[in-house]
Structure formats: structure tokens, C-alpha cells
Design a protein around this ligand. Structure first.
Ligand code: FMN
Length: 284
């Protein structure tokens, strides 16, 4: 027996409603069943072992529905029932709706950056569905609009833009410099925001954490990033807020966070951010 399946998360359906994507017709198809138990189907039994039912809001075996959904931007996962064992796991991994690709941008360029160390700790304690990738900003030439106008952007700009265009969310870990965000970070944000109409920040769920050797934890830099991201139409998670003050006291000689409290704070923040991405995520 050969079956195919399509999965959609609750977040996708909320977006579909918000963006006016028609899905009324899908209800006419077999297996289109928000939260319905499909336990009588062999493929569903295999699936249920691997995906929490609450993560999946729509399933279908209708080819017409899948084509319709794919046209609307939804991922379609072919599931071969006769391969429904561990050897078919790659199929499921490609379809797991909760996995989110998150760019992590550190606002400091120095090799011993506290913010990078806290960012590393964040990756360690974050929920598994957040797949982080550090995206570096140190090699980006200063933004000069002439280069975009002449269609001669530096290769580093293009690589940076391409990398961020396809992520599901962005996390900034930044210090503050002179009660603002560091210039290197502002440059990176400016690079990503252009050419006009092609900003890679648009609609990307953003989270910001900050750390400082001072007591206020980089609050001003953190809020500079928030302000700029709001201007760029990125949904910025309002809270919980993380401003790590006296940061150097919280890092051990091994370069790792040296206490459970900070790890707990970061874990709580990451869990909230995962929900934020799920609720507000949309490819730009
Ligand atoms: C140019 C510059 C300006 C700074 N301004 C501030 C500031 O306004 N407020 C603050 O708390 N720390 C400030 N600091 C200190 C930083 O918080 C500290 O260097 C921190 O460790 C930088 O982050 P990093 O460890 O991730 O590089 C400044 C540091 C530099 C180099």
C-alpha cells in the first residue's frame, strides 16, 4: 500500500487564515482532519509514534489537496506506508512542522565576547525544535547604497542576505556600546534591510537578549535593536526580557555559564521564543 500525507501545524493554519489563503475546499478531502484521530490508518500509527498529535492540525492523503496546499506554500511530505519503519525516518524529519531554523547574530566581534558565550548557552538549553545557526557580521563591508543602486553589492552582503532570507526567526545577542547597539550590528541590520523592498528582516520573528559587564545588562543596546526591528516590520518578542548584568561573573574559566539560575533564565526565554516563532512565523 502506498499513502502520502500532508502535515500542517496550527501556526500555519492561523497564518493561512490571516493571509486569506483559501482552504475551504480542503475539508472535502479525506484525511483533512484538524486534530482528528487517524489511529485506524497504518501510516497514522507510524506517524503517531513520532509526532505529537498536537503538532499536526491537518493531514490528508488527497493529491489534489496536496497540490493546492503546496501552491499555498505548505510543505508536503510523501509518506510511504510500506517503508513505515526507521528507514523512512528522513521523510518525517523533512516534514516535522515544529522544526525552526533560527539565525543567531552576536552583536560583538571580539573573540572573548560574553554575549557569544551566553548565546552558546542559549543554544544548549533551547528546545530541540529551534535549530540555531550563528550568522557572522564581522566581514560585512560598511553599507553604501551606491553599491546596491549599481547592482554591485559585495559578495559578503549577498551571502548574508541569502543566508537570512530563508530562516524562520532571528535571535540577537548583543552588548550595548555607549548606550546604543554596536556599530557592527547596526551595519549588519542596514545591509539586510536593503535593497528597498527586499529586506530580509520583514516578518521574521525576532528575539533579543543582551549582556554587559555593567549592571544594566545592555538594556539600551537591546532596545535599540528592538526599535529598529519593529521599524523593519519584524515581530519582536516583547517578553520575557533578558538583560544579563555583571556578565563576566556568570561565566566560568571554561567559557561556559557557571550557574543554574542563568541557565534557567535562558531556558525560559528560549521556550517563550519558540512559542513566539510558532505563533508569528512567516517566511518573508
Ligand atoms: C565602545 C564600547 C562602548 C561600551 N559602552 C557600554 C555601555 O554603554 N554600557 C555598558 O553597560 N557597557 C558598555 N561597554 C562595555 C561592554 O558592556 C563590555 O565590553 C561587554 O563585555 C561587551 O560585550 P561582549 O563581551 O559581548 O563583547 C562598552 C564597551 C565598548 C568597547
Amino acid at each position: 500500500m502506498l499513502a502520502t500525507a500532508l502535515y500542517a501545524s496550527h501556526a500555519y493554519l492561523r497564518r493561512a487564515d490571516r493571509d486569506g489563503i483559501a482552504r475551504d475546499d480542503w475539508a472535502a478531502h479525506r484525511w483533512v482532519a484538524p486534530d482528528e484521530s487517524l489511529s485506524h490508518l497504518a501510516a497514522a500509527q507510524w506517524l503517531a509514534e513520532r509526532v505529537q498529535p498536537s503538532q499536526v492540525a491537518v493531514r490528508t492523503d488527497s493529491l489534489v489537496t496536496m497540490v493546492d496546499a503546496a501552491r499555498n506554500g505548505m510543505g508536503v511530505a510523501p509518506l510511504l506506508c510500506m517503508l513505515a519503519d526507521a528507514s523512512a525516518r528522513w521523510v518525517l524529519q523533512g516534514a516535522t512542522p515544529m522544526t525552526k531554523k533560527i539565525a543567531l547574530i552576536v552583536g560583538s566581534l571580539r573573540k572573548d565576547s560574553l554575549n557569544r558565550k551566553f548565546a552558546n548557552a542559549l543554544v544548549e538549553v533551547a528546545p530541540a525544535e529551534l535549530q540555531f545557526e550563528f550568522v557572522e557580521i564581522g566581514d560585512l563591508p560598511l553599507y553604501n547604497q551606491d553599491l546596491d543602486d549599481a547592482h554591485t553589492p559585495p559578495a559578503a552582503w549577498t551571502a548574508f542576505r541569502d543566508k537570512l532570507r530563508n530562516v524562520d526567526g532571528i535571535v540577537f545577542a548583543t552588548p550595548e556600546y555607549n548606550r546604543s547597539m554596536p556599530g557592527a550590528l547596526k551595519n549588519a541590520i542596514d545591509v539586510g534591510s536593503r535593497p528597498w523592498g527586499h529586506s530580509i528582516w520583514n516578518a521574521k520573528p525576532v528575539g533579543v537578549i543582551s549582556a554587559s559587564i555593567g549592571a544594566v545588562g545592555g538594556f539600551a543596546g537591546n532596545h535599540n535593536v528592538r526599535q529598529t526591528m519593529v521599524t523593519l516590520n519584524a515581530p519582536v518578542m516583547p517578553g520575557p526580557e533578558v538583560y544579563i548584568g555583571n556578565g563576566s561573573a556568570l561565566i566560568g574559566e571554561d567559557g561556559k555559564v557557571n550557574n543554574d539560575k542563568t541557565k534557567e533564565v535562558l531556558a525560559g526565554w528560549a521556550a517563550a521564543y519558540a512559542k513566539w516563532v510558532e505563533a508569528n512565523g512567516r517566511k518573508a
